[in-house]
Write a protein that binds this ligand. Structure first.
Ligand code: MG
Length: 342
């Protein structure tokens, strides 16, 4: 199913599945699901690195991947390791809406199946037209419903300000990546856009989430150092050392939205396991009946309302439902996904 964002239309997903077996016969799976645009290597580079590793690997060579192969480091760690313990019984899931006007009908449909958080891709079409649809989308939200807007870095400062002004009195949970510097624009422009994002976060009441800004090596550290007051969108599949990054964010009490990198069920299971093990941020969230995490707060909804995504259903994670329970993760059949390729 093609996915349309401000980056363009995405019809195919390339990645590498990894299967490791130890001396005792224990088998583990991992997925290297790079998004080359995000600087995490290409499938060809990952395949070449796998061939170089040979038929057997040890922990040291699995962990010693260069930064541009962090997706492979991630996959090998997932295949070798055991899942971290869940601290949440269940987590909400955000429904992914199509870009543009079709979002309006989709909100109605998904609200009926129980979704309360809806993610709408913006910055795809004409600014005035999209701003007009914002009210139409908000008008069909269920009570307590909230909208996430994801611009994928499509706006300049002026456009971002117009949107953030408009969002202030509307049920918008956050605005994701309003602006973004392209790597080719150089470090000076990059710093200017970082300052712009910090300025927007300070000037408007609607929280801002960083996504594309935190996928590079060292990005999380840099934004924590800058005192980022907003949300971090974390795509665990794109991180190299997932436990290290998450423990750094947890120490900073950072508020995260765990999100899909449009990986298969193999990478998604590992990503969801990381989400269920993350203690939650500083937000004094409303508790669900019966409590949820150790603090009783409800972490923000998962950005995993993406399935079915692949035409071969064996690659899909659990069909998008308004909530995922920790026990649902054990039912994700990673072996079936592996077998679908063999
Ligand atoms: Mg995003």
């Amino acid at each position: 199913m093609p996915v349309r964002t401000a980056h363009g239309v995405w019809a195919e997903r390339d990645g590498v599945l990894v299967r490791l077996e130890d001396e005792t016969g224990r088998v583990g799976y991992g997925e290297a699901a790079p998004i080359p645009k995000f600087g995490a290597g290409t499938v060809d580079e990952i395949e070449a690195a796998c061939r170089e590793l040979g038929a057997s690997i040890d922990g040291a060579s699995a962990a010693a991947m260069p930064a541009n192969l962090r997706c492979l480091q991630n996959a090998l760690a997932a295949a070798r390791g055991t899942a971290p313990a869940a601290v949440h019984k269940y987590l909400g899931v955000a429904a992914l809406l199509p870009a543009g006007r079709p979002a309006i009908d989709q909100v109605k449909e998904k609200a009926e199946s129980g979704f309360r958080i809806f993610k709408w891709k913006v910055g795809v079409g004409d600014l005035a037209e999209e701003l007009g649809w914002l009210d139409d989308v908000c008008a069909v939200l269920p009570p307590e419903g909230k909208l996430r807007l994801d611009a994928n870095g499509a706006w300049d400062r002026r456009k971002a300000e117009r949107w953030l002004e408009r969002c202030a009195e509307r049920p918008v949970e956050f605005v994701e990546q309003p602006c973004l510097a392209k790597a080719a624009e150089g470090a000076a422009i990059g710093r200017r856009v970082d300052d712009m994002l910090l300025g927007l976060a300070a000037d408007y009441p609607t929280p801002i989430a960083l996504d594309e800004s935190v996928v590079g090596e060292g990005d999380i550290e840099r934004w924590l150092g800058a005192g980022w007051p907003g949300i971090f969108v974390v795509k665990p599949s794109l991180l190299g050392d997932v436990p290290a990054a998450l423990s750094r964010l947890a120490t900073a009490k950072a508020e995260l939205v765990f999100s899909s990198a449009l990986e298969t069920a193999v990478g998604a299971r590992a990503a969801l396991q990381a989400a269920f093990a993350y203690p939650g941020g500083r937000r004094p969230g409303a508790a669900l009946p019966g409590g949820n995490g150790p603090s009783g707060s409800l972490p923000r909804a998962l950005g995993f309302g993406v399935w079915p995504l692949f035409s071969d259903n064996r690659f899909n994670g659990p069909a998008a439902a308004p909530y995922l329970r920790s026990e649902d993760l054990a039912r994700i059949d990673v072996e079936a996904a592996w077998n679908a390729l063999s």
